[in-house]
Design a protein around this ligand. Sequence first.
Ligand code: HEC
Length: 183
Amino acid sequence: MSIVFTIFRNMKNLNIILSSLLILSISISACKKDDDDEKEANTNLFVEINRDVANYYIGTPDIVEGNGNVHGFIKVRYNTIAAAALDSTGKLPIDSVFPKGSVVVKEIYSSINGGFIQFAVMKKDPGNKYAGAGWLWGEYKSGGEVTFSVAKKGNGCISCHSLPDNRDLNRVLICIESWIRMY
Ligand code: HEC
């Protein structure tokens, strides 16, 4: 009787072990899928940076010093979709928003004549699982190395980009305008 019981108990343990292994392997493959998704999302956002580069912001055809040294020395450009939302003075009209597919790229330099450091990029893509406040947010070196992953959903970017002087979470439209007025 006691032998039967021991076998039964061992089978129960085996069941527990097997189901734990199953749960473990499911969660490992879920993590792997998350990693793959994140990698793909970063690759896609990086590709956007060089897809459509024609439209530099009206005030930044050359490197300018950004506001308050947040991102240092910069040039800012818009893809065709984003540029189409700007008015003839190069501004996003007050109360307008950038359409889906808009890409805004900030090139960051070490000084006014200095070398390129990295890209900061925002893409309007509200349906994307990595969107934060309707935008994808990322930072990349010139070869695509990720310095701020899209999976962070703009955590660390949005609070500052939401300050009262933003237009659809864009700051350069205000900051560079005041910078230009200063000179
Ligand atoms: C402490 C404030 C602050 C934080 C944090 C911040 N930004 Fe910015 N960002 C600015 C300001 C101010 C500008 C306007 C240009 C300038 O002065 O550099 C700007 C401009 C930009 C632009 C050009 C489009 C625009 O807003 O006009 C991009 C793209 C950008 N930031 C991306 C990012 C990303 C990605 C992050 C997070 C990794 C981030 N920023 C974090 C303040 C911030």
